[in-house]
Structures are given as C-alpha cells and as structure tokens.
Design a protein around this ligand. Structure first.
Ligand code: GDP
Ligand code: MG
Length: 745
C-alpha cells in the first residue's frame, strides 16, 4: 500500500494516526499538523498519559531553533521521548508542525508531568513562507509554555543577522502583542538557550554576554505598542544558558552534560543573581510565575481555541480565551457531576412521583440524608475540578449548578413535606377514632379532648421529625416553618370535625335517652285515660290528675325531660372543649328532635285502635263503677240510661280535648316556637340536614303552630265519635240485659 511520504516519519515511525484509525502515541502527538490543523487527539493523549487529572501539576516546554540543529535529538536524550530525528546520513526536514510528548524519563530529580513541544524549525537557508508559521508557532508556544528552549550552534552566536535573531525578534514581538491584551497577568517565561557544539574555547559567560547584548539590541529596535515604550526585556523574560559539546565528536561528554541538564527540569528554588554570576543556573527551570495556570483537563480545549485565533489571524486575547475555556470546562464538569447526581436522585424522584400519582404520597425514609449526600458530592466534585478555572466564571457556574440542584431538591423536599402532611393527617384522625372506639368499648367515659391533645402532639412530633430529616442546613429554602403551621391548622380543622362527629354521637345518645324517658312518662299519662275515675266525671280531689290538664302535664314532662337532657349534653360537650356556639347548636337540635320524638309518641298513642280502646275503657270505668269505685250490679230500677248518658258525654269531651295539644290556662298551643327559639347563628346547613320541619317554628313551612299541634283532624274526630258511640251503645245494651237478667234469676 502506498503511504504518503509526509505521513511517514523518516526513521520509520508512523505519524500519530495509525492505520486502523486509533491513536498511536509512540511518538507523542502531533498538536499542529503540517497543514496548520489542530489535532483533537491532544486530549486523548493527555488522558492516555494520565496528565489530564494533574490539575496544575504539569509543565510545558517548547523548543525552537533552525532546522536540523539537533533539537529533536536533544529532547529525546533529555526526556526519553521518541521525536523523529533526521537520519545522520540524510538532510531532510523531519519535524513537521508541532509535536508534543510527555517526559518518559524516570529520573526522580525531574518534575512530574513535563510536556515537551517540538516545534518545526525554519530552514535558515530558505525563509519566507516559513516566517508565517514561525510567527504563529511562537505565539502558540508563548501562550502556553513556561520555558522556551532556543537551540543554537555556538558558531552562530554573535551573528546578529542570523536566523536565530530573526526568531528571537519574532518571539519578542508576539510577546508584546500578548501582553498588550493581558497586562494584568504576572506570567513570565524562561528563555533557555542551549548552545550546541560548544567547543569550550570561548567561556559560556562570554557567549551569554554576547547573546544578551544582541537581545538588548533587538528589543530596543522593536516598535513597542503605546504604554509599553519603556518596558524592558527583563519585565517578561528570565534567561538561562547551557552549553553542550558536539554529540558526534564528544559523545561521552555530550551524554554527561545532557544528564546534568536533565536534573534542572524541576521546581527547586533558583537564585537568579547567583545564576548570573555563575553564567549558568543551578536551580530548577519551573518557577511558579512561569506557569500559565491552565488546568490540565482544559489544556487541549484551550490550546485549540488559541490556535484557532492564531491561525485565523485574530488578535489573541488570553484573558478572553481563559474565560471561554472556563465556561466550556465548567459546563462540561457540571454535566459530569450532574450524571452522578441523577444516579442518586432520579430513583427518589421516580419513587415520589409514582406514590403521588396513586394519590398516596409516601414519606421516603432517609430522603434528607440522600439529598445532602448527593448535593455535597456534586458541589464538592465541581469545586475540585472547576475552581481551577477563571474565578468569576467558576463562581457563576457554581451558582448555576447549585440552583439546578436545588430546584430538584426543593421539589423533593416539598414532596416529602406534602407526604408527611397527608400521612400525618390520616394517622391523626385514625388514631383519634381508634382511641375513641377503645374508650367506648371500655364503657368508661373517655376524655375526648385529652385524646385529641395527645394525638395532636404525636402527629406534630412525627411531622417535625420527617421535616427535620429532610432539611439541608444553610439553604434558605430548606425550612418547614410554613408547612408546619399549615399542618397544625389542618390538625385543628380535623379535630374540629372529629369533635363535631363526637357531638353528633353524644346528641344521638341523649336523644335516645329522651325517647325512652318520654316513652315511659307519656305512656303513663295516656294509660291513665283508661281510668275514667280520674277524669272529668270524678270529683276533683286536688291530688289526682285531671283529664282536662293532660296536655299541661305532657308539656311539663316534655320540657323538664328535655331540660335534663340538655344539661347532660352540655356537661359532656364541655368536657371535650366544644365551643359555646357548638353547644348552643346542639341544644337547638336536641329540642327540635325531642319535639319530633314527643309527636311521634303522641301519634302512636293516638292511633285509631289505641285511642278507641282508651275511650272505651274510660267510658266503661265511668259507667260500670260508682263514685266510690265499686262495680255496679245493675238492677232494673237503676237509672241505667242516665248513668250511661252522663258517662258517655263525659268520655266524649275527651275527643276534642285530645285532638289538639292545648294548654289549659291559655287554651292555646304550647309556646313551642319560643321554647325551641330561633336557629343559632352558628348553625350550618349540615346541622339542618336531618331535621324535620316544624309548623309554626319554621316559617317557610306554610304550617301554623295550631296545625302542628293538631293531633286529630275533624274527619278523624267524627269517625272516632261514631265508633266510640257504637261501642258505648254495646256496653249500655249489655248492662240493660244484665239488669233484666239479674232480675229474672
Ligand atoms: P532538528 O531538526 O533540530 O530536530 O534536528 P535533529 O534532531 O533531527 O538532528 C539533525 C541532525 O543533526 C541529525 O543528523 C543528528 O544526528 C545531528 N545531530 C544531533 N545532535 C547533534 C550535535 O550535537 N551536533 C551536531 N553537529 N549534529 C547533531
Ligand atoms: Mg526535529
């Protein structure tokens, strides 16, 4: 298969992309290719070499110099890298674009994570088109690297017009260009001259002086941007110099010097004055102020952005680039931490959602702990990774992350409180009902108010413990004050409802008592009618009840019975904290219901058959017994007809008397309307629902008090009269017969 020659390294290594498309990082990674394209594999390479997670603990060196001055050879010797080098027998450019590799030396004297960029050199013989790339690569290197190594032959030192001077001029120019946009930055760079094929005849100190003078001249020849006219080369650069013997002629010395040089790639402290005196430095090359402060995990993206600006000839603005990088990386890191957050929180949200949809929200145990853990984890991980980036951007993104997280947690929190509320309310009302039932079972009079108070306390405590567990300290939204108040209000509402239920039960009990009381006492009154001797026909003895006063007695019995019931009702209601209004309504209902009880009792007694029987008994009593209560033995001489007529007329007076409930002193119906009284203001429609209307009391009933208290209508009265007379006639005929029969015996 044909392989394009420029894809193939001269020494036989392939370029960074292997045949199967996977990255092959043996030679490092080509960051910028020969077509000035950025290679996104840089990120993969940094991952592959483990540098991505180093944060700021990495270093970047760039190497410059003319083609074929042994740069790649030197880097490979220093860092055990595999940059392509020109075969010693050939003369061809090898390094294309910019390559990057990580230091593979295991020397403990070297710093961690040293990344080296091997920059394609210009050919001193044919500059021109290459100058554009030189400028661009210098700018790229300066924007990213801490140390710029400049590789030059000893015999080129002092050749002011040489290619190296052109390179240095470019470096200084782009440096000024960068600083114009980034004056606040304190970052400096180390210009590290490596003098190759050093013979040793001229002391390094002299070479150094020559180079410094040349650089001074270059610097002063530059037209500086406004504001930087007075600036000095030392404002931006530190300088270091190392001389190396010829690799081919003095291989042993070369090796030894390279080994010595390698030990300087660390962070040990350096004394520039001492270095200047020595003409050589002793400390490490990586001073903190050289570091560009781009976190390793963002380096690839940053480098890409910068290269994009450079290659498109845009003004390179590092602060803006750093801000863009921060935005990009903070967003990426946010997405990453949100993945873990989702893993922890999604199931809880699903659980809550499912429960809510079924209408039975449930309290999720340990929700608060899970929320706290997920939040802390996310924020902590975000902080660890993202806080290395542009401070303002980081702060803004952190706020964004927190609000994203808190929106979710807030909903969970609200759901938990809602569940605790609904659950709590249900449990409360169940517990009160159960306690009441237990109290009823025991038969003892239980203390309803006490039960409610106890259960309310239990419910509030349970609610608060659920709520407390779900609170995340330090977040203003994470509090349950309002919800607790709402919960308490609901408990009060439910207590009110339960108390009303309890009142109803009490009312029912009291009504039952009234019913049984009236059933007895009213029954006695009607039974007494059967005994005619106590009736109107008998002489008034004062202590015997008279038939004429029957309604007075019934009314009195009724009102006094209900009065007693009211007292029982009010006493008991007070024991469970019923309000005065509730008691008032209860009594009003009791009176009305009791009236209903009385009416139906009267109606029962006055059913046709019952009443006819009573009238007949009443009549017979008057007819068959004399004033002394002795049974009459009829004789033909007796005035049977007279006695009969008297007794019958006496009994007949009962019919109009019983037909209408009237008090004897006024001849009017009892003051039922006044006695029941107007409906209290606190009466609700629910209170009136099961009440029967009462004539003369409920105005819109269209029925008067007279009608309400009319027990027998005219037709019934006449019918009753006729039937009673027939029955009485029968008794009379029988008496007549017995009188005659008695005589014949
Ligand atoms: P680069 O283009 O600067 O990266 O140079 P290379 O590392 O590819 O080397 C170019 C040529 O210089 C090769 O043939 C090397 O063998 C040779 N070379 C390497 N080191 C030295 C040295 O110290 N002195 C001299 N004179 N040649 C060297
Ligand atoms: Mg090279």
């Amino acid at each position: 298969a044909y392989t394009a020659p420029d894809k193939m390294a001269v020494n036989g290594h392939f370029a960074s992309v292997g045949q199967n498309g996977d990255a092959n990082f043996e030679n490092g990674v080509q960051v910028i290719d020969e077509n000035k394209e950025f290679n996104a594999d840089l990120a993969k390479y940094l991952n592959y070499t483990g540098v991505s997670h180093a944060g700021f603990n990495y270093h970047l060196i760039s190497v410059f110099g003319s083609q074929s001055t042994g740069k790649s050879t030197l880097l490979n010797a220093l860092f055990k890298t595999d940059f392509s080098v020109m075969a010693e027998t050939e003369r061809r450019q090898t390094t294309k674009g910019i390559w990057l590799a990580k230091n593979k030396s295991t020397s403990t004297k070297m710093a961690d994570n040293i990344l080296v960029m091997d920059v394609e050199g210009t050919d001193g013989r044919e500059r021109g088109e290459d100058q554009d790339f030189e400028r661009k690569s210098s700018l790229f290197a300066l924007a990213t690297s801490e140390v710029l190594m400049v590789n030059i032959w000893e015999h080129q030192v002092g050749l002011y017009q040489g290619a190296n001077m052109g390179l240095l001029k470019t470096v200084f120019e782009v440096n000024l260009q960068l600083f114009l946009k980034d004056r606040k930055s304190t970052s400096r760079s180390l210009l590290y001259f490596v003098i190759r094929d050093f013979l040793g005849t001229t002391p390094l100190q002299n070479l150094r002086n020559t180079l410094m003078q040349d650089m001074g001249r270059i610097w002063s020849s530059l037209s500086k941007p406004p504001g930087l006219e007075k600036s000095s080369i030392d404002d931006y650069f530190d300088f270091a110099f190392t001389a190396l013997p010829h690799k081919l002629y003095q291989p042993e010395q070369f090796k030894a010097e390279v080994a010595k040089m390698a030990t300087r790639f660390n962070e040990s402290r350096r004394d520039p004055r001492r270095d200047a005196l020595l003409g050589e430095f002793e400390g490490g090359v990586f001073l903190p102020e050289y570091h560009r402060r781009i976190p390793a995990d963002g380096f690839s993206h940053y480098a890409e952005g910068i290269w994009d600006q450079i290659v498109n000839n845009k003004d390179l603005d590092l602060p803006t680039q750093q801000e863009l990088l921060a935005q990009f990386r903070c967003d990426e890191i946010m997405r990453e931490v949100m993945v873990d957050f989702d893993v922890a929180i999604n199931p809880l949200e699903a659980q809550q959602g499912d429960a809510a949809r079924t209408g039975k929200p449930e309290v999720i145990p340990g929700l608060g702990a899970a929320m706290k853990a997920a939040r802390n984890e996310a924020v902590k991980n975000f902080e660890t990774e993202a806080s290395r980036y542009h401070k303002a951007v980081y702060q803004r993104k952190r706020t964004e992350l927190e609000s994203k997280i808190d929106t979710r947690l807030k909903a969970l929190f609200a759901g938990q409180l809602n569940a605790a509320h609904k659950d709590g309310v249900q449990q409360f009302s169940d517990a009160v009902s159960a306690a009441v039932k237990a109290g009823q079972k025991k038969g003892a009079s239980y203390d309803f108010a006490e039960i409610v108070k106890e259960q309310k306390e239990v419910a509030l405590q349970r609610f608060e413990s659920h709520a407390k567990e779900a609170v995340i300290q330090g977040l203003s939204w994470s509090n349950y004050k309002q919800e607790m108040t709402l919960f308490q209000k609901d408990l009060d509402k439910i207590s009110g409802q339960l108390r009303r239920d309890e009142m109803r039960r009490l009312a029912t009990r009291v009504e039952r008592w009234v019913r049984s009381k009236l059933s007895d006492s009213i029954g006695v009154e009607f039974n007494a009618l059967g005994s005619g001797r106590s009736g109107s026909g008998a002489p008034e003895t004062g202590d015997k009840p008279s038939e004429r006063d029957i309604w007075d007695r019934i009314w009195n019995l009724f009102t006094s019975t209900v009065e007693e019931a009211e007292k029982r009702f009010a006493d008991r209601a007070a024991s469970f904290d019923a309000s005065a209004e509730e008691v008032e309504v209860g009594i009003w209902r009791l009176r009305r219901k009791s009236w209903g009880v009385l009416r139906s009792k009267i109606e029962e007694e006055m059913m046709e058959g019952n009443l006819l029987l009573k009238l007949r008994e009443n009549f017979e009593d008057k007819f068959r017994y004399d004033e002394a209560g002795v049974p009459r033995i009829w004789r033909p001489t007796d005035d049977i007809e007279g006695i009969y007529t008297k007794a019958r007329e006496s009994t007949l007076t009962l019919i109009p008397l019983l037909a209408r409930f009237r008090l004897s002193d006024t001849g009017s119906p009892p003051p039922l309307d006044r006695w029941i009284g107007p409906a209290p203001a606190a009466v609700t429609p629910a209170d009136e629902e099961d009440l029967t209307p009462i004539g003369g009391v409920d105005e819109d009933e269209g029925k008067s008090l007279e009608e309400e208290t009319t027990i027998l209508n005219e037709a019934k009265r006449q019918d009753l009269t006729v039937r009673f007379k027939k029955a009485a006639d029968g008794v009379y005929v029988e008496a007549k017969r017995s009188a005659i029969g008695g005589m014949t015996q």
